[in-house]
Structures are given as C-alpha cells and as structure tokens.
Design a protein around this ligand. Structure first.
Ligand code: ARG
Length: 583
C-alpha cells in the first residue's frame, strides 16, 4: 500500500487537472489542524500566481470536483484558499480492512529493488564491549529493520575492529607474560596450536596493556611493531584464538540486545582488497607523497573548513583506518553492488567519513549512483550531562548495563499492580531491553541524550515500558473476548470520535515509515508507536468494549483492537523491541 497522502495527492492532482490547472499543484499533506480537517492541500496559492486568479476561486473549483470522490467526505475551502480535506468514514473503514489484509500492514514498500549495506556495531575485538558501542548497535539494528520493513534488501555488517593496535597491545602483553609460548616464535605456523584463551583473560589483558602503553614508550613501540607484524602475517594462530574467544563474547552480548548481523566481517577481511585499492589510486594518479606518507587530496573549493588529505599509507608503509574503509568499499561493491552504504558511527568520526567518501568517489570505488552516507550519532550521557560512566568513573561494560536494566525492571514489575505472575525473569529481560532501546531511539540519532533508567521504565509517557504495557492491555481484552490478533476488521460504521481518531492514527503510521526511511531516523517510528498507543488508550477509556451490548459494535471494536495490536507490534519489531504477552 502507498502512504495515504500519496493516494490523496493523486486524487487531488487529478482534480486540479480536471479544472484546467497543473496537476503538480495537488500535493496533499497531513493537516496541522486536526480539529478542522484530516488533510490539507495548499496548491491553490501557487495556482493563483500561475493563472492570475484568486486562490479562493481555484480552491472552490477543485473542491467541487472532489465532492464526487468516494474516499473524500468533506473538501472545504478555508479563506484565503486552503483546501481542507476529511475522509468519508466508509473510506476510513475500507482502508482499515486494506491494512489488515496487507502482508506489510500498510507500510509503504520501495518502488524499485534496492540493496543497502548498513555498517554498524563496529566493536573492537579483544576489548570488552562497552556502552560506547551501544548506540551503534541499537540505532543500526533499527535502521536495518526499517529498511527491510519497507521492502529493501539489506545486509547488516558488524565491521569489527580486528586488525588494529588493540590486537598488537594484547599480543605484546601476552608475550611479556608468557615469553615461552611457542606461538611467539617467528616461524610458528598459522595453523599451529596456541594455549586456550578465555574472555576473562582478554578482559584483563587489554586494559592492562592499554594502561601500560600510555606510561611506557618502549612498550607502546613494541605494540606498534607487533601490529605491523600481525598485518604482515605473523601471529596468525594467536590472532585466530583471540578472535574465537572475542567473537563468541560479542555474539553473546549482541544476542542479549536482539541485535544480529548478516555479515561478521572485520577490518581484516578488507586487506585482500588493499592491493587493488593501491592499484586503482595509482593508476588514476590520485596518490601523492606527503611527508613520507602516501595520501589522496580530497579538499574542494567549496570547503569552508580545512579538509586534510586522506592518508592511505603512513611513512612506515602501514595501513590505517581509512585504508581499511576504502578497501572494504571495493569488497562491498564486488559482492553486492549496493545502491546505498550507510555507516552508523559516533558523530565525532564525521571528518574521517567525509574523507573516505570523497576519495571513494574520486577513485570510482562504488557505482556512480551509490549513496554513501554517514549516520552519525550523539553521546549517551549520565545524569551529570557527561558521558555515561560507572559509579567509580570507569567505562561501563555493556553487559553490566544490561544486567542493571534487568534488575531495575524486575524490581519495578514485582512492585507494580500490573504483574500477573507471568515469568518475571523473562518479562524483566524484555522490559529492561525495551526501556533502554526506546529511551535511546526516541531521540533523533544525532542528538546526545541522558540515560535515566527510572524514566525509561515508567509506565507513562514516551517509554518502551508504556508501549509494552499497551500491547499487554490489548492482549487481555482480546483474551477476555475469546479472540486473537485475527479478529476481523469489519465495521459497518464508525461509532465514536475516539474510534475514528484511532483509525486515522493507524492510517498515518504509513507516513511515519516513509519519513523514517527517508531521513534514516527511527525516532519517527517511536513517535508513531506512541501516537498509536495514546490513541488506543483514549479509545479504550471512552468506549466500553467488553461490556458493549450491540454485537456489531463490539465486534467492530474488537477488530480494531486486534489491528492496533498487530501494528504496534510491527512498530516495536522495527525498533528491535520484543513485545511481552502480559505484565
Ligand atoms: N571500530 C570503530 C570504533 O570503535 C568503529 C567502526 C565503524 N565503521 C567503519 N566502517 N569505520 O571506533
């Protein structure tokens, strides 16, 4: 199905044309005065200029044509020339059945096939997953699901940092502690057996190494050398063991968050494409020497701020972050020929991506029409307005944050009147995750926000908890009525205003999906879910569904409950939030 404003735009454009005006004047938008009308068209003002007529006259002519339209109940002209449109109730009801029967529940689908790669997560192997990576996971997952829900082919790529200095640091620390391990010998085979590591060792070794390298320049140099050696093929067996342990731990953490990736690639996967990158850059004459390094100039005349060249090879001939991202683009182009590649990364990396994208375009690494976009996100702050920390000021582990959220949710649920004795542990896990995710996603991704577990767990307001609670409330109504989600949507008429308002809100969720996709911003899905929940609450309070004596009316209302639930669950699913049966 198409978004309702598109359907109405077609109808109103045809009406303009029928009156002898340009059809492009018929753009319809959602009304900003819902008390007056549901939709509006302001095309008469532009028409007035083009055709030298009063806007009021033009709007009047178009309104007269629209009066014949079966979908439109009222098309009224408001001075000086607004066209106010309200749907016929029968039209609204038939759109509800269309949505209920649509496999995508009315979510507008892409008009042409499209392949999108979303690069998100971006954890660094061998380092414990900390909350700095939480936003990338939550936002990236939601954008991936959003793109899928709107009919795109999407690949989520975790793009692990598995090839950089952090591995060199871990190798250095392990070698200092265990100089006798055979895997440190220069000729140790890549498939040789190394001592088994585990996640506790890694969690202890990396911070120790990182601390030491900041204090001891020799240690740092040793780690840098180890990194270059690693990139030249040494320590392959140890690297594999570090990867085995680390990736298993990452999977556990992302699983808990309901985040999953189609491609578990890392920076190391890009190195195969590096020779090709060098070849392309050289043959196109893009590579220049600068202070011993090899760089590509990416500044343009329009730049207002200085735009440094992108470094491809440092003076010691080692590759850096940009080299990897460029090589990865060659791989992505080769494997998927994507229409779009999106990066969900901390907004402080904006310059890096500007440089990479410009270089990729100059070198023609991706198709000319391929959209490369950096979807930067802001910081998650603590109550003091500074980056969220543990009580003692350290970096918070992701698993600790999730544990804390589950505990808080369990406490809240056991103290609340809403619990009905269902599996508390499982419900608390879902409620905790929902609270964190919704608390994050309700903010536009580019904004910083304050992490406030109490607020996120509130049963009122724009929270994941409120939305889950609304779903459980609908479940309970349907259960009491002996119905399920498939209760048929078949009203003979619209009985009340709150019911009409709920139908309209259901209809407008299609607009939210369109907008969220266009702006790559899941917060519009959050808002739409919240609108649905509040429209439902009003409907529920104003209409006594279960005790309604008129069988036809009761059935119509139950059908609307079922449709609301399905659509709300669809919103939640796009946000990566699992619904609960009861609370
Ligand atoms: N590992 C990087 C970091 O922790 C993020 C990777 C982002 N993705 C990319 N293609 N550069 O900062």
């Amino acid at each position: 199905m198409r978004a309702i404003t598109h359907t109405l735009t077609d109808i109103v454009s045809a009406a303009f044309e029928k009156c002898g005006y340009d059809p492009s004047l018929g753009t319809v938008s959602v009304s900003d005065r819902m008390d007056l009308c549901q939709f509006q068209c302001n095309g008469a003002f532009a028409a007035a200029k083009m055709y030298h007529k009063a806007p009021f006259i033009v709007a009047g002519e178009v309104a007269a044509v629209l009066a014949e339209e079966p979908l439109i109940g009222r098309a009224e002209v408001a001075k000086p020339g607004f066209l106010n449109i309200t749907l016929r109730d029968e039209g609204l009801i038939s759109l509800m059945s269309d949505i209920a029967a649509d496999g995508n529940l009315g979510v507008p689908q892409a008009e042409k096939p499209e392949t999108i790669i979303i690069d998100y997560g971006g954890p660094n192997v061998a380092k414990p997953l900390h909350i700095g990576h939480l936003r990338s996971a939550i936002i990236g997952e939601a954008i991936k699901r959003l793109a899928r829900a709107t009919g795109r082919r999407v690949y989520g790529d975790i793009h692990m940092g598995d090839w950089g200095l952090q591995i060199g640091l871990v190798i250095t620390e392990l070698r200092r502690r265990n100089p006798d391990w055979p895997c440190f010998a220069p000729d140790f085979p890549a498939d040789g057996r190394t001592p088994e590591l585990d996640v506790d060792i890694l969690n202890e070794v990396y911070p120790a190494a990182s601390k030491r390298s900041k204090e001891d320049p020799d240690y740092k140099a040793e780690a840098q050398t180890a990194t270059v050696e690693l990139q030249n093929g040494r320590y392959a067996a140890l690297w594999k063991e570090i990867m085995r342990v680390s990736v298993a731990d990452l999977k556990r953490n992302y699983d808990r968050l309901g985040v999953d990736f189609d491609l578990w690639y890392g920076e190391s996967n890009a190195r195969r494409y590096e020779p090709r990158l060098m070849e392309i850059l050289t043959s196109k004459g893009l590579l220049v020497e600068s202070e011993g390094a090899k760089v590509v100039e990416v500044a343009t005349d329009e730049d207002k701020a200085p735009m440094p060249p992108v470094i491809i090879k440092k003076s010691d001939n080692s590759s850096i972050y940009a080299t990897t991202d460029l090589s990865t683009l060659i791989q992505r182009q080769e494997d998927f020929a994507p229409d779009r590649v999106w990066y969900v990364v901390d907004k402080r990396q904006s310059l890096h991506f500007t440089q990479v994208f410009r270089c990729a375009r100059k070198a023609g690494l991706v198709g000319e029409n391929c959209e490369l976009e950096f979807l930067g996100f802001g910081t998650m702050n603590g109550p003091d307005g500074h980056a969220y920390k543990t009580r003692d000021g350290g970096v918070m582990r992701l698993s600790d944050l999730l544990d804390a959220a589950e505990r808080a949710a369990a406490e809240k649920l056991s103290a609340s009147e809403f619990t009905d004795g269902s599996d508390l542990t499982d419900t608390a896990r879902k409620v905790g995750a929902a609270a964190i995710k919704f608390g994050d996603l309700i903010n536009h991704r580019s904004k910083d926000y304050i992490f406030d577990m109490d607020k996120f767990l509130s049963f009122e307001g724009k929270t994941g908890t409120y939305l889950l609670y609304t779903v459980t409330r609908i479940n309970s109504i349907l259960k009491k009525a002996g119905m399920d989600d498939c209760a048929p949507v078949a009203a003979a008429k619209v009985y009340t205003d709150a019911e009409r308002n709920l139908m309209l809100t259901i209809l407008l969720s299609g607009e939210a999906f369109d907008r969220a996709f266009e702006e790559k911003a899941p917060n519009y899905i959050c808002e739409s879910a919240y609108d649905l929940a509040t429209a439902f609450s009003r409907f529920y309070h104003e209409n006594h569904i279960l005790s309604e004596a008129d069988a036809e009316k009761r059935a119509a209302w139950l059908g609307l409950c079922a449709l609301t639930k399905r659509l709300l669950v669809k919103h939640l699913d796009v946000l990566g939030i699992e619904a609960v049966e009861s609370m």
